[in-house]
Design a protein around this ligand. Structure first.
Ligand code: SAH
Length: 252
C-alpha cells in the first residue's frame, strides 16, 4: 500500500491529522527533500526507512516502493504542500496502476494557502476578483502556449505564480503585456509558514527589484492583483443583513 501525503507548506503542524497518522504508521517514507520540512520526519516510527527523493529519479523512487510492496510494507510518499499541484504524482500513480499496487492520496495545505495566510489575504474579494489563477512561468517544464502569462493576465483575476522566482523580470514583462499596469499590487511570499517566512508587498513593476534587494531566489510565490492591497471591495452578500440565505432570514 502506498499513501501519497501532502506535507503542507512548511510548518510541521500544518500537515493534516490524517497525514500525520499515515506518517507515524509508515514503514517507508520517501519525502521531497527540497521543500518538505525535515521536522515532519520526527513523526516517523522507529525503524522506518527514510529516503530523500531530491536525490532520486522516478525509477529509483519506484524501485523503493516496489521493494517495500514485496515485503508487504506501507510506504508514504510525502510531497510538499498539496500533492496535486506540481507534484509529479500522476507518473507515479500510473506506474503503480500498471503493477496493480493500491494507493491513496491524502491532501495537504498548499503553499498558496500558506502564502495567503502569511499576508492575511482573501484571494476572492467581491467586485475585485472571484477567481484565482494558479500558474507558473515556463522553465525546464514547458507551459502550454494557450496558458502563457500574458493571456492569463488578461483576465485581471488574482494570480498566484509558482516556480518562477528566478524569472521575475520576464514575469513582470508578461503580466504588463497581458494588461496589468506596472503599479498593480503584488506580493512575494518566501517560505510561507516556515520559521524564516518573509513577505514583501510590492507592485507588478517592482517584483524583480524586490526579490533582488531581499536576496529571494527560490521557494517563493508571487501573488498578483488588487486583492493584495484590498483598497476597494464590496462586503459579502452572505453576511449582509438585507439578504436572506438558506440559513437566515433578512433583517427588516
Ligand atoms: N505541491 C506544492 C507546490 C510544489 S512546486 C504546493 O502545493 O505548494 C514548488 C514551488 O512551490 C516552489 O518553487 C515555490 O514556488 C512554491 N512553494 C512551495 N512551498 C512554499 C512555501 N512554503 N512558500 C512559498 N512558496 C512555496
Amino acid at each position: 500500500m502506498v499513501n501519497f501525503v501532502g506535507a503542507g507548506p512548511g510548518a510541521p503542524d500544518l500537515i493534516t491529522v490524517r497525514g500525520q497518522k499515515l506518517l507515524s504508521e509508515a514503514d517507508v517514507i520517501i519525502y521531497a527533500g527540497s521543500l518538505v520540512n525535515p521536522q515532519l520526519l520526527s513523526y516517523a516510527k522507529e525503524g522506518c526507512s527514510i529516503y530523500n527523493s531530491a536525490r532520486m529519479t522516478l525509477e529509483e523512487v519506484l524501485e523503493v516502493i516496489y521493494a517495500a510492496e514485496e515485503k508487504g510494507l506501507m510506504t508514504v510518499r510525502l510531497h510538499t504542500g498539496d500533492p496535486s499541484l506540481y507534484g509529479a504524482i500522476r507518473e507515479q500513480m500510473d506506474a503503480l496502476d500498471e503493477k496493480g499496487i493500491p494507493y491513496t492520496d491524502c491532501p495537504g495545505v498548499s503553499s498558496f494557502c500558506g502564502a495567503a495566510a502569511a499576508l492575511n489575504l482573501e484571494y476572492t474579494l467581491p467586485d475585485v476578483s472571484q477567481s484565482v489563477i494558479i500558474t507558473r512561468m515556463a522553465g525546464r517544464t514547458p507551459v502550454p502556449e494557450k496558458e502563457e502569462i500574458a493571456s492569463l493576465a488578461s483576465h485581471q483575476a488574482t494570480m498566484v505564480v509558482f516556480l518562477s522566482t528566478g524569472m521575475l523580470e520576464k514575469l513582470s514583462e508578461r503580466l504588463i503585456a497581458g494588461g496589468y499596469t506596472a503599479d498593480t499590487p503584488a506580493a512575494i511570499v518566501y517560505k510561507a509558514t516556515w520559521e524564516d517566512e518573509k513577505t514583501f508587498v510590492c507592485t507588478v513593476g517592482t517584483l524583480a527589484e524586490t526579490a533582488r534587494e531581499n536576496n529571494i531566489t527560490k521557494t517563493a510565490l508571487m501573488i498578483i492583483g488588487d486583492v493584495v492591497s484590498h483598497s476597494h471591495y464590496n462586503r459579502s452578500e452572505l453576511y449582509n443583513p438585507a439578504f436572506t440565505t438558506e440559513f437566515r432570514e433578512a433583517k427588516k
